[in-house]
Design a protein around this ligand. Structure first.
Ligand code: SAH
Length: 358
């Protein structure tokens, strides 16, 4: 522990550096990504088929000469942050610098089957920043969420009254769920013997479609709030049901909960899981609940993965009264809801697939 007085100059400068990196990146880290998407830079580079030079980009975007230096500055910062790669070409003696997409910015190309641009649109917007500006007030408001404090109703109430935001939210969640097309590819063993599944809080059905495509023998039902599913039409293999998971869940061999439980307190999760258990009752060995969520594991996870999980924990805690959970916390929840055993398997970098059995 260092006090101000006995900090060596070098340590103080290190502290200053750390502080300034965070103070100055507030807003800019997010907004530079938003800027890149709004200008369509990932799409332009993607369609260019090869790294693009500043001159080429400036010409395509018709950027006025007075702004070129600053645009270069933004691109260089985005490259430093891992959202662009600077490729140097030493052809014809004159060195040419060009920008390529990284794995992260590849996901920001719009209208591809794995685009997270809708998620970026939801998460990076000025009104989101405004919600977080109420954090101090929220601290003293008993069990109200940050949504209650800043917008006057909880998240679902707010989305219920705001069709436009509701659509934005659903599209963002759907964009994340597209990853399930890749993530569930190697998961045959999870769906073995499963003939029907209900995706509870399944949004507009992207995960259910991924399951239905990968495992054609599985009949899928998506249960979500009436407002989310009311205009969606199903198929033979994919049915939409509007309803409340706290009331009842349609019967099936398996129930899926992806990114649902982290929105809720332990007490609410217990109720949801009890209803899931009821939905799979009488299904014998086939009956199980599949939870796709993070498992906080600071001891084993890489520092960056833990960082994301802790960040999500703050968001879930403040915005929803929910949380991200460690294995111990999950286990306690499953036992309290009457389940006998569980098995955790890795799924994506930050999400695990947890099967729980009655
Ligand atoms: N599983 C989806 C969506 C996760 S967001 C995905 O991962 O993409 C949480 C979902 O829970 C939202 O679609 C929300 O509408 C739904 N939800 C919230 N309260 C609900 C309730 N009481 N009953 C059913 N669904 C609910």
């Amino acid at each position: 522990m260092a006090s101000n007085n006995d900090l060596k100059a070098s340590e103080m400068f290190e502290g200053l550096l750390h502080l300034y990196k965070h103070l100055h990146s507030y807003a800019l880290d997010g907004m530079s990504i938003r800027w890149m998407i709004e200008l369509g830079i990932p799409d332009i580079i993607h369609n260019h088929d090869q790294p693009i030079t500043l001159t080429e980009l400036v010409s395509i975007l018709q950027i006025p000469p007075t702004k070129v230096r600053a645009v270069h500055s933004l691109l260089r910062y985005l490259a430093h942050s891992g959202f662009l790669e600077i490729v140097r070409d030493h052809h014809n003696t004159e060195e040419k610098e060009a920008y390529a997409l990284t794995a992260a910015s590849q996901l920001l190309v719009k209208d591809t089957h794995l685009s997270l641009a809708p998620m970026a649109e939801l998460l990076i917007n000025p009104s989101g920043g405004l919600v977080w500006s109420h954090l101090k007030k929220w601290t003293y408001e008993d069990d109200l969420t940050l949504f209650d404090v800043s917008l006057g109703s909880n998240a679902w109430g707010f989305l219920g009254k705001n069709q436009e935001k509701n659509n934005l939210f659903n599209k963002a969640m759907a964009s994340d769920s597209q990853m399930m097309n890749v993530a569930l590819r190697g998961c045959n063993w999870v769906f073995e013997g499963v003939e029907s599944i209900v995706d509870v809080g399944g949004g507009t059905g992207t995960t259910a479609k991924a399951i239905s495509d990968a495992f054609p023998n599985v009949k899928c039902t998506v249960l979500d709030r009436q407002q989310v599913v009311e205009n969606l039409s199903g198929t033979n293999d994919l049915k939409y049901v509007g309803g409340d998971m706290f009331e009842s869940i349609p019967k099936a061999d398996a129930v899926l909960l992806k990114w649902v439980l982290h929105n809720w307190s332990d007490k609410d999760c217990k109720k949801i899981l009890e209803n899931c258990k009821e939905a799979i009752s009488g299904k014998g060995k086939r009956g199980k609940v599949i939870v796709i969520e993070s498992v906080i594991n600071e001891g084993q996870d890489e520092h960056g993965i833990t960082g994301l999980k802790l960040l999500m924990d703050v968001k879930m805690s403040c915005l929803f009264n929910g949380k991200e959970r460690s294995e111990e916390e999950w286990k306690k929840l499953f036992v309290e809801a009457g389940f006998q055993s569980y098995k955790i398997s890795p799924l994506t970098g930050h999400l695990s697939l947890i099967q729980i059995y009655p």
